[in-house]
Design a protein. Structure first.
Ligand code: ATP
Length: 310
């Protein structure tokens, strides 16, 4: 059974379709990545899943039951890690966790035991008695994550949990999240970092302007480009246009055309050496051709015409 299912979830703010008919589901022990640029609709989606916002249309189903038929029950199985830090700077790490344990309904003794466990798991035991205001950015993010975990949620919603921290601190958090997956937690992970989605998520939904444009495992998304490799052609294109090259668009899918660079994927199953020969024989001065596995950025480019890195 899915821990979370969204069914044609929609929300508008005035003229803005912040979330437009978004449907996906997440199983136990799975990390589902919602990948999209700023303003794509990720936070609005999470806000509807946890009941902060009511959808205009569509439904959120948590562990088989519609959210709004029993919000308390649905909330009791989820943990939410908001993008903005939701911690008390003046309190210590231990006090923050214990506080959120009590909010989640744990008895005092239970909250203390669970806090000790989490401090250990988050590698914060030696800083447990320091005020959070003296923590590094990465440590604050870890406490922020811990605050959602006191009641051992089966479903964890993470809204860009690594924003603004250094690469090492990010790796620590990703490793911790992998541990939660291994213990059977279903995880929704929103991010605009391609590398995180590629390395961490079992399945990825690409969202832009409120719409889920594509969904699948990394290799399923790569296959949408027509294979597991793309060609990056650097050349002096002058006034040349791909449309004018005889039959080119029947044999290659254009992923991106920018000044001095053309990124294409072969259509159908084709010998890469033959593709390479054809590209080198184009009526332009080719400076370089490289072959690479398509990234999620290439997939995003093909879907939207824009780069996620811009
Ligand atoms: P970010 O990574 O920047 O948080 P996001 O993908 O989470 O982006 P949302 O915050 O969900 O995107 O925003 C989606 C769209 O809805 C944006 O155009 C945003 O400006 C708009 N929006 C979100 N909340 C509101 C609101 N309360 N009132 C009006 N517009 C809103």
């Amino acid at each position: 059974m899915s821990l979370l299912k969204t069914d044609h979830l929609s929300k508008t703010f005035g003229a803005i379709h912040a979330v437009d008919s978004v449907s996906f589901q997440i199983e136990a022990g799975e990390i589902y990545g919602l990948l999209g640029p700023n303003g794509a609709g990720k936070t609005t989606t999470i806000s509807m899943i946890c009941g902060l916002l009511k959808p205009d249309a569509g439904e959120v189903i948590v562990a088989g039951g519609p959210f709004w038929s029993d919000p308390q029950k649905a909330k009791s199985i989820m943990g939410i890690v908001p993008q903005e830090l939701a911690i008390y700077e003046e309190l210590t790490g231990r006090e923050n966790l214990e506080f959120w344990g009590r909010v989640a309904g744990l008895k005092s003794g239970e909250a203390k035991t669970r806090t000790t466990e989490l401090l250990e798991a988050l590698s914060l035991t030696d800083r447990a008695k320091d005020a959070v205001k003296n923590y590094s950015g990465g440590m604050k993010r870890r406490i922020n994550l811990g605050c959602a975990l006191l009641h051992r949620p089966k479903l964890l919603l993470l809204d860009e949990p690594t924003v603004g921290i250094d690469p090492q601190a990010r790796l620590n958090i990703l490793e911790f999240i992998r541990g939660l997956r291994a213990s059977g937690t279903a995880i929704l992970y929103t991010t605009h970092y391609l590398e995180e989605a590629e390395k961490l998520c079992d399945r990825i939904g690409i969202i832009d302007h409120g719409r889920l444009l594509a969904e699948g495992t990394l290799s399923q998304l790569q296959e949408r480009l027509g294979g597991d490799r793309v060609f990056v052609l650097e050349a002096d294109f002058g006034n040349a246009s791909v449309e004018a090259w005889d039959g080119f668009l029947q044999r290659f899918r254009v992923i991106q055309k920018a000044e001095g660079q053309l990124v294409v994927a072969a259509i159908g199953v084709r010998d890469p050496a033959e593709c390479l020969r054809e590209l080198l024989n184009l009526p332009i001065r080719v400076e370089n051709v490289t072959l690479k596995r398509p990234s999620l950025n290439d997939v995003f480019l093909q879907l939207t015409g824009r780069s996620l890195r811009e």
